[in-house]
Design a protein around this ligand. Sequence first.
Ligand SMILES: [Zn+2]
Length: 700
Amino acid sequence: MQSRWSDDDARRFADEHRARWGEDLALRTYTSRLLGAEPALVLHGGGNTSVKGTVANAFGDEVPAIFVKASGRDMASIEPDGHPAVDLEYLLKLRALADLTDEAMTNELRTHLFDHRSPTPSLETLVHAFIPKKYVDHTHADAVLALTNQVGAANLVREALGENVIVVDSIAPGFLLAKAAAAAFEARPDGRGMVWMRHGIVTWGDTAREAYEAMIELVSRAEAFLKEKASRTLRVDVPTPIDTAVGRVARVAPIVRGLLTRRGDDAAPRRPVIVLPLVSAEALVFVDSKEGRALALTPPLTSDHLIRTRALPLWLGDADYDDPAKLRVQIATAVREYEEQYHAYVARHRSSVPDMPDAYDPSPRVLLMPGLGALAVGADAEAAAIARDIAEHTIAVKTAVAAMGGYLGLPERDLFKMEFRGFQQAKLRDVRAPLGGHVALVTGAAGAIGAGVCQKLLENGCHVAVTDLAGERLDRMTADLGARFGPRVAGVPLDVTDPTSVAEAFATVARTWGGIDLVVVNAGIGLVSSLAEMALEAFQKLERVNVDGTLTVLAEAGRHFAHQGSGGDIVLVSTKNVFAPGARFGAYSATKAAAHQLARIASLELADLDVRVNMVSPDAVFSHGAVKSGLWAEVGPDRMKARGLDEKGLEEYYRTRNLLKARVTAEHVANAVLFFATRQTPTTGATIPVDGGLPDATPR
Ligand SMILES: [Zn+2]
């Protein structure tokens, strides 16, 4: 492992933050980010760092303080305010106590912050306070875990890292670990670092750089030692080719997703999950190897991972990828068995956790499958990515252990206590947006209504596959939405007139998030022409997009929902013209009427699958922000000419012709889509007009 320290970067960082936060905390933040940039040291919210200094109180007195990383904060992107300041002298007094529960400790930390708005400091704050060094760094480095999670670990650590590294036995994070670490430090004040069995490593220094470089040096030594001692590789007959495994993900992930989706009812909303694949050469060797199963079903590397991955993954050893019906039964059986075992695990240990909740989720977070790799599950893309990244590093560390010795993890009762302690569960507590965990596919997403629908769905927590013809418009829309909504946006090229393209787009989304819950059929084109003047080819072009395209997307959606098995929603963006057609607009009105009728048929055919199909019928949506409506680019000039109006005048004409005198926007259409997507009424085959009230166009 290479040091990422740069004098120039450190100076720039200090210059930027010195005035507000002081040099010490600025450099603390800089090296925390260097640690966070290395996934082999910490993942997502893992690890923690601190610096000791002073804070001026209301009297102007400089009071000793410790600035320690906030619980769950990601070091890779941490800012100076991610290290809240706590009263150091008070924290040091706590060491005299015999014990302190998590709740009591949290209370002590929160009531001794210098700023009442601060986030809660790390569960390991007292370790940082009790080690009397200015800078303290703590990580869960892969290479160190590969040493500590072995039979004979203490000797291996000393052999690998040298005698001046202090070894502390396995103790659950919290008050008692802090006391043990403090005592171990005092017995060896000349130590360069400290290793905690089956947990991680701590280093320190008088400067930010010294503590950081000590971490890099010790971890590098551990890496070199592992390399030198590796004498075996995992035994694999023929590893699965990556392409084969990737192809299987598109078929397997929706089945898993459907089985793990909580079906909604009046008491609780539907709650889908996101499923992310981990398909790599290393993962395939691991799951395909003779040792894979036994290694996979050992405890996690460190208790920090429990809330993300649970104590054990689900292992599915004999999946029949060529027989979808059998595969579904196999996965369903494996999930049921996993959940039964999880309930038994809770029953065995629940008395050891005083505030154990009655309700908990027993389903797996990581599935390991020979011939495929791993599937990671989370409440949204971010949570699933954390589980996937932990699974990836777990595979790497267990592979490294298998190369030289035997794996030894934490005992089950310790795992349970860590999984259900309030401090850890608090990291998971999320207020779910109405469409959290849902995945939508929107066609024609680069247009005005499509853009408005995508934005609305994303604002409500949905993951959205933004689809349209490949090209600059799609790329720009994806980039714009991606900048605001991050990993919940995926741009997927899709041509509704090409069944292969539609099938490939659905498969891409299945490989991206595991499946789809909502399909918004929005792609459509217009044509201005009287029937007498209409060229047949021009009419047929509209048929291809508006009718064939709708049929193709409805058909693919129906097959997908049947395969996933957890219901779904389809919303067709219809038009007021279906009910009140316009002169010189016959091609559009007729083809959209056909599309509308197809959607109604779909509502009849798919109801048994708990798939609801509904329509929204807007009138005269001109744009969404900077995105102009393609339809109005076609229709507008003709209508302006016919009525002798300019663009503004035409918008005003459409506004005043409806009962409510309302200007209809893409957001209004999106609100109607959202109403159906959130399943607020038991409704299918229905149409919501979004037109300000046009009596001739009211569906009946
Ligand atoms: Zn830790």
